[in-house]
Design a protein around this ligand. Structure first.
Ligand code: HEM
Length: 440
């Protein structure tokens, strides 16, 4: 369906008057798509669509043993419980502020260096590396990451290759033809899985050898310290750790690049957020996470960008019906794939007045939760399979945005291109290139 699939599906649903539910076939796969908050709720929060369709690349890259794709039985519940207690709990998210601050310092340093060297900044690479370092440290607790660190470089390349492969349309998923490997997707997946196993196994072995995991609180150490009855096999642990790294990188840097593009494009709004920071934090004090609740306009900016440019416009990973069900009175057989077109809902003029305009103020007028309870804007999904990393993701985005706006004035170098391209996530078609002027 191409790099604008979410738009094409939205246009088709609207032309066919099938926004509540539209059925299509992708090869042998039956798919229904909701572009409406009510049917979206039935799909996401009901009891039927609890699994996800597993693609060739998903299995080959070991994701079928990790949280995102394992079937919704006891193994998946076990993984979610471990992750919510040890990776995503409010206490754990708060305890990682020091790490987020240190990574933000690195971002600011890199921006200054690039500005001094070239007079402009391309943020994508900087944010990509920042997200990677952030997640690697919280998952593996290796220390000494940052540009040029060997393990960070290796895993960074692997995450990028995995991202390309997972976003690639693979004909074999829809027209199973046995041994045929169109475009070499399978071969590349096998190769990448081998590389991931080698690196992650090496890290796990070193940690076991050191034996100090009971005293540490990174996610790997937590997994190694679980009571006997909860312990994961080596292969499962590897899959879960790899998934955390993989999922923790793209959404965050992609969202931040969109936000910064909007900040460069709408100078008045950028000035308003900075003013809010200066009033609430002061000019000479560094923003901390305790300031974020007092920065409602900054939070509104993030919500408005999530509305206009949701990183997962089709909620990234579709759902699969585990039993027959009726949605909006239509019979949907077990085994049907369902997608929610969150991009279409978030651009629906019947729901959002002036939907194409960038107006963070709309979120100042009323309290609006984007955490999954209101399906008019649920960029993290909803129901039992909603994103477990949403609080961690938002904490990171809020802090880094505040630090970037506190330290620099962001100015255009050329007209900002807000063209988009849907791969695994919805990213900017062309990287943002701009100027950053240090605020004294
Ligand atoms: C801006 C940041 C993020 C966005 C927009 C986002 C979005 C999403 C969406 C739309 C889903 C599918 C939800 C559904 O089916 O209802 C999802 C699932 C998931 N996300 Fe996130 N995510 C973000 C950050 C993260 C982070 C930081 C992590 C982990 C480090 C993470 C881990 C996961 C996992 C493991 C799942 C699968 C849950 C399951 O199937 O049980 N996400 N995310």
């Amino acid at each position: 369906m191409g790099p604008l699939a979410h738009r094409k599906l939205a246009a088709a649903a609207s032309a066919l008057k099938a926004t509540r539910l539209m059925g299509i076939s992708l090869g042998i796969e039956r798919v229904v798509i909701s572009s409406d908050p009510e049917t979206a709720r039935e799909i996401l929060c009901g009891s039927a669509f609890l699994d996800r369709p597993i693609r060739d690349s998903t299995r080959l890259l070991m994701f079928d043993r990790a949280i995102g794709f394992s079937p919704s039985g006891s193994y998946w519940r076990h993984l979610r419980r471990i992750a919510s207690t040890h990776m995503f709990s409010p206490r754990r998210v708060a305890s990682l502020e020091g790490l987020r601050q240190a990574v933000a310092d690195g971002v600011i340093g890199r921006v200054e260096t690039e500005m001094a060297a070239t007079g402009f900044v391309e943020l994508r690479g900087i944010l990509q590396r920042a997200s990677l370092d952030n997640v690697l440290e919280s998952v593996f607790g290796i220390g000494g990451l940052g540009f040029g660190s060997e393990i960070g470089d290796e895993l960074g390349v692997m995450v990028r290759e995995g991202y390309e492969l997972m976003g690639e349309f693979n004909w074999a998923d829809y027209f199973p033809l046995g041994f045929l490997d169109f475009f070499g997707v399978r071969r590349r997946c096998h190769r990448l899985a081998g590389m991931v196993s080698e690196v992650v196994t090496r890290i796990i072995k070193e940690r076991r050898k050191k034996g100090d995991f009971k005293k540490r609180d990174d996610f790997l150490s937590v997994l190694l310290s679980l009571p006997q009855e909860d312990l994961l096999t080596h292969a499962d642990m590897m899959a879960v750790l790899w998934e955390m790294v993989f999922r923790g990188v793209d959404n965050i840097y992609i969202l931040l690049e969109w936000i910064m593009a909007r900040m460069v494009l709408h100078q008045d709004i950028q000035a308003k957020v900075r003013h809010e920071i200066q009033v609430n934090v002061g000019r000479n004090k560094r923003v901390t996470e305790s300031h974020i609740p007092n920065l409602p306009f900054l939070q509104a900016v993030v919500k408005e960008v999530l509305r206009l440019h949701p990183p997962g416009p089709l909620l990234s990973w579709a759902r699969l019906a585990v039993h027959d069900i009726h949605v909006d009175k239509c019979f949907i057989p077990s085994g049907t794939t369902a997608m929610v077109n969150m991009w279409a809902i978030a651009h629906d003029p019947a729901i959002w007045p002036d939907p194409w305009a960038f107006k963070p103020e709309r979120f100042m007028e009323r309290d609006f939760s984007i955490m999954g309870s209101d399906l008019r804007l649920a960029p993290f999904g909803s129901g039992r399979r909603a994103c477990p990393g949403k609080a961690l993701g938002l904490a990171t985005v809020h802090l880094w945005l505040a630090r970037m706006l506190q330290n620099f004035e962001w100015l255009p170098l050329q007209p900002v291109d807000i063209g988009e391209c849907l791969k695994l996530s919805l990213e900017m078609k062309n990287p943002l290139v701009c100027r950053a002027v240090t605020i004294c």
